[in-house]
Write a protein that binds this ligand. Sequence first.
Ligand SMILES: [Zn+2]
Ligand SMILES: [Zn+2]
Ligand SMILES: [Zn+2]
Ligand SMILES: [Zn+2]
Length: 390
Amino acid sequence: MILTQCAVCATELGLTLGKKCGRCSTRYCGAACQVQHWKEGGHDTLCKKIKKAGGAEQYNANEKYSEAVAVAAEACADDTKGQTCYICTQALHWKTKEGLVRGCACRGTAGFAHVSCLAEQAKILFAEAEENNLDDKVMNERWARWHTCSLCEQDYHGVVLCALSWACWKTYVGRAERDQARGMAMTELGAGLDSADHDADALSVKEARFSMLRRLGAPEENVLVAQSNLASTYRSLGRLEDCLRMQGDVYSGTLKLYGEEHGDTLVDANNYAITLSELERYAEAKSLYRKTIPVARRVLGESHDLTLKMMMNYGGALYLDRGATLEDLRKAMTTLEEIDPTARRVLGGAHPTTKGIEVNLRDARAALRAREGDVEPLRAAVEAMAPGDA
Ligand SMILES: [Zn+2]
Ligand SMILES: [Zn+2]
Ligand SMILES: [Zn+2]
Ligand SMILES: [Zn+2]
């Protein structure tokens, strides 16, 4: 499902194109690549091994998992020196011989563990919840062990999250396509790859997840989440046009599903407008903000972080637009001046939104001063020509 390229020439196959090895399910664009792989790519010896592991997807997951664990342990080596795993109490894992990691908010001597031990724990906890048909709340709490530390309750990040997400995918990849845990594991993997900046890999996982959900006719809310995850990877890859297209779909989807007053709709509107601004499509960004800011003020309130962010970005779009009129620049100033004290009071001076407002305010002021500098002498000249008219 995430192996969507020919194993030899890397041609993109999507979910259905090409040929599969009849024994191990390795995928190829056609017979030529398959033959070459067998003769020169070592598939004659690998095929049995892959089949034994459970097929190409499982084999790939296992391999990637081992690589990711080695990378994570290596990256954590300095931090974990002389420590032991809080789960198995050993320094080296008894079976895999892997080193320790720590990638959460644990400090001091807390939180050192083997990725294998963390994964085993998550697997057992979730299996128990599944067996006993525990309710959704418990299921979600158990599932959270795949991405959140049980000691500090903070999310894992970077290469540690990435290794754990491969562990998760490796655990559930063999299940049926419609299986819920398998789907969630795919989302975990996308997030893990994001966190370790493997954007290209994250993209193929998220694209596969998105088209799978559509094909299976999944509930719209799940499709929208997958689509919005995909948009963020397009952004990381600098593919802003693709990002914008996705965000546009997500925004109209949430608008239809939840209505204009829902928090998700407002978040999606803001994301869409930010990308419009980045692509210098300020007119569209401003018109979207004029429509959605009044809703945010009414529903979320004047001092909500999102309301403040939307107004900050609206102010930005007003003065950044090359075609901005003097009136636009003044409007940018008043908008930003209006929210500045609120952000300081509610979020504090060090908050990113407050900082952003500060920067925008400074730049808008400079733009306004430059423009007024152009206009003032002109006005003076006009007034001098027609004395007494005013
Ligand atoms: Zn090929
Ligand atoms: Zn094969
Ligand atoms: Zn351990
Ligand atoms: Zn922790």
